[in-house]
Structure formats: C-alpha cells, structure tokens
Design a protein around this ligand. Structure first.
Ligand code: APR
Ligand code: ZN
Ligand code: ZN
Length: 361
C-alpha cells in the first residue's frame, strides 16, 4: 500500500516552500522506504527552491538525513527493516572503473530509486539530491542507506549525509591531513568548521581558521582551530605563512567558492603542500594565475566532491568516534525545528549564528 505522508515541496522558482501530502510507493526491486527521523537544512535545498540547480519542479526538499528503514523491496540484502541508517546522495555501482579504483565519488553508473514519489494528483516529484527527506517517509535506492550505530542521535547522524561529511572528508580523505601537519581552512561556515573538526581528528598540529566574520572565527576556535585570522583586517596569505615558519600550510582547505579565496588558498600552501577546493564557484567566475607560479607548484591542487567519502566506510567510523566523544557533531545542531518551519530556517540561514537547523520528525 502506498504511504500518504507530509513533505516539504518547492513548487516554483523562488516561491516559499510548503508542507503538502505526498505519495510514497512501496519499495520496488533494490529500493527502500525510510522513516525519516531528522534532516538538516542545507544551502543546497535553498538553491533547489531558487531554481539554481535545475528546473525539475516540484522538488521534495531535504537531503541530510537519518532514519529507520521501514520496508525493503525484492533483492535488498544490505539493509533490513529496523536498521538505523544515514542516507547518501546516490548508490554507486561498485563495478565500474572508478569504483574499482577506489574513487566511488566518480562512479559512472550511480542511481537513485527507480520509482517516483508523487503529489496527490499524480505529479512526479524530484527529490533533492535523490533523497527528499523533509518528509515523514521517503523512497530511496537501498544503496543510499548506510547502517550505523543506533545509539547516535538522529539529528547529529543526519548531518554526515552532506555538509559535515564534505568538510570532514576534505581534511581526512582528499587532503589526507596527517599527524603534526599544519592546516589552514578558508571560510568557516558549516563546511569549513567540519574541515576543522576533521583536521583536529587527523592529528594536525596547527589548524588556522580564516574568515571575514569574527563570530564565525569564535565558533571555529571552539571546534578546535588553534589560530584565527580575520581576512578583512589581515592579509591571510601572510598571516598563514607567519604562523607556519614562513612555509605556508601543508594543507589549505578552501570552503568559500570565490576567486579571491581560491587565490589565497593557492598562495598560502607550503610549496609541497596540498590545496583542497571544497567551495563551489558559480559558472562565470575565473581566476588568473602566473603560469610560472602554477609550474612551480610542487604540491597538489585537488577538488573535493562529497568529501571523497565512501559512505559504507566513513559513516559508521565517524559515528563510532562521535559516540566515543571524539567528534562533536552535536555542536553543528544549532536548533531543532518542525517540518513546517523550513521556510523560516531558510531566512535565518545567512544569519551568522545558525550552523544547522535540523528538522525532527
Ligand atoms: N574570505 C573568507 N571567508 C569568507 C569570505 C572571504 N572572502 N566570504 C565569505 N566567507 C565566509 C563566510 O563568512 C562564512 O563563514 O565563508 C563562510 C561560508 O559559509 P556558509 O555560507 O555557511 O557555507 P557552507 O555551507 O559552509 O559552504 C561553503 O562549500 O560545499 C561548498 O557549496 C558550498 O560553496 C559552498 C562552500
Ligand atoms: Zn547539503
Ligand atoms: Zn561505479
């Protein structure tokens, strides 16, 4: 029997989102219906609402979620009803060249649920990032579910499904930060702050937080940054060099997505260091660099997509660290809200005091 549940729908470009009744079909082969317990409000949901991702309205928003598997379709063996899971953007094939080389984020054959959730009149919904978890229940591919320790709070666990994983993974996976390293993080929003946690976790000796907002720097410090630089007042490249004995940081993580911060990241690295680009620029942005400086780059310039995470490896490991008190995911949950408060949470998103609003179901 299809399930009738409530979900947050974006009907048209720029219009306020609203809670509506949606129809979630029974899971087909390889699919699962998940009872959502918590789902964080991310910038990407707002981009969907504003037509910045694509025009496939109406969208069922929400994609940073944890919940309990309610029903699985034929052939599903990795998860079963009752499992506590974190949802990820897409199931990877495990067989293509990218998957076999350990780069599942570049899988050529990812998939989401084959069936569609709909509005009551039968209109097909586009679930945000293939998830759609601002809803009491959602339909996903079973491969989008990763089982983790149910002792974790759903609000904290759900955050690993997107922004927090992107930041932690930028440090521990893409940047491969190691014991004793120096790290600089440019941009201390949710993603940059998670990169700070990740660097700390990896044993970095110095974690230099750079932002233009002192409130963000205060939060960064509380999460483990050893030094802070306000780049409105101080040249961050010089400050980072000074703090690293004149060398630059072993790893510089850019979590803003602007030309000037890409440039700062490039020049603030140790010559043999790694620049990790996490901030997503807009299509018209460009950056000019002297080729001799690029040629002289002995290190690496890497972009980080979803924190280069492998959900089946990283989600359970990070939840274990969280449960041991070694990874403060709770610090990211500024407030918990109800399903009908998502639009208000969008309005508060840019106010510097909110790291994450999390919808509880
Ligand atoms: N220099 C330094 N910091 C800056 C600058 C700048 N020129 N401009 C903005 N910032 C800071 C903001 O003050 C804020 O703290 O960058 C931070 C951006 O944080 P959020 O807006 O909360 O964004 P977040 O969710 O962390 O995502 C950051 O990563 O995954 C990508 O798409 C995402 O491009 C985005 C980036
Ligand atoms: Zn997100
Ligand atoms: Zn693959």
């Amino acid at each position: 029997m299809p399930h009738h549940v409530r979900g947050v729908i974006a009907r048209a470009k720029g219009e306020p989102v609203a809670v509506e009744t949606i129809v979630v079909p029974d899971p087909g082969p390889g699919e699962a219906v998940v009872k959502v317990q918590a789902c964080g409000v991310c910038h990407t949901d707002l981009h969907y609402r504003d037509g910045g991702i694509n025009d496939d309205f109406p969208f069922l928003l929400g994609h940073e979620a944890a919940g309990v598997v309610e029903e699985v379709g034929p052939g599903v063996t990795d998860v079963e009803p009752g499992d506590f899971v974190i949802l990820n953007w897409r199931a990877v094939c495990g067989r293509c060249r990218a998957c076999r080389r350990g780069r599942p984020q570049y899988c050529f054959d990812t998939h989401n649920a084959a069936q569609k959730m709909t509005l009551l009149d039968g209109t097909e919904l586009s679930p945000a990032l293939g998830i759609g978890a601002f809803a009491e229940k959602t339909l996903v591919a079973a491969g989008q579910c990763t089982k983790v320790d149910p002792a974790a709070s759903p609000a904290a666990a759900g955050l690993l499904g997107c922004g927090v994983m992107a930041g932690i993974g930028a440090a521990i996976n893409t940047g491969n930060v190691g014991r004793g390293d120096t790290v600089a993080v440019i941009g201390c929003g949710g993603v940059g702050d998670a990169a700070i946690l990740g660097s700390h976790l990896a044993g970095a000796a110095k974690v230099i937080a750079v932002d233009i907002d002192d409130r963000k720097l205060a939060t960064a410090k509380s999460l483990g940054a050893t030094h802070t630089v306000n780049s409105k007042e101080t040249d961050p490249v010089e400050a980072i060099r000074e703090l690293t004995g004149g060398f630059g940081a072993d790893t510089v993580i850019e979590a803003v997505g602007r030309p000037e911060t890409y440039r700062q990241a490039f020049y603030a690295r140790d010559l043999a260091g790694t620049v990790v680009l996490v901030g997503v620029p807009t299509p018209e942005m460009t950056l000019e660099l002297p080729l001799l400086d690029v040629f002289g780059c002995g290190g690496a310039l890497k972009s980080s997509w979803y924190g280069d995470c492998l959900p089946s490896r990283d989600f359970p490991m990070l939840i274990d660290l969280y449960l041991q008190g070694r990874l403060d995911l709770d610090a990211f949950v500024t407030e918990t809200i109800a399903l009908d408060e998502v639009e208000k949470a969008f309005e508060r998103m840019h106010d510097g005091d909110v790291l994450r609003s999390v919808v509880m179901l």
